[in-house]
Design a protein. Structure first.
Length: 118
């Protein structure tokens, strides 16, 4: 049984930064693709960023490019999302996901709330 636990969310002002963490337990994290998604109230869940397991290649949604950075520390079974220059439209519940099979992530965390005030 794999468990993903996110942390680091909170209430910040526009322009501030936050760093989200996602710790995996139950098996090693270093052989699976990991990603962050978010869901704002009344909206569908959307892709934010992903990082490959072998080459560390990253990809981002256009809305966060240049402001967010995804990284991983396989020795600590942890994936991070550094969020800079936050905007009110970044307000959402942020979810960690991992182990992508046929474009579907198999493991999901419970989410952490990020609220950005203007």
């Amino acid at each position: 049984q794999v468990q993903l636990v996110e942390s680091g969310g909170g209430l910040v002002q526009a322009g501030d930064s936050l760093r989200l963490s996602c710790v995996a337990s139950g098996r090693a994290f270093n052989s699976v693709t990991a990603a962050w998604f978010r869901q704002a109230p009344g909206k569908e869940r959307e892709f934010v960023a992903t990082i490959g397991w072998s080459d560390g290649n990253t990809d981002y949604a256009d809305s966060v490019k240049g402001r967010f950075a995804i990284s991983r520390d396989n020795s600590k079974n942890t994936v991070f999302l550094q969020m800079n220059t936050l905007k009110p439209e970044d307000t959402a519940v942020y979810f960690c996901a991992a182990n992508r099979l046929r474009d579907v992530y198999q493991w999901w965390g419970q989410g952490t709330q990020v609220t950005v005030s203007s």
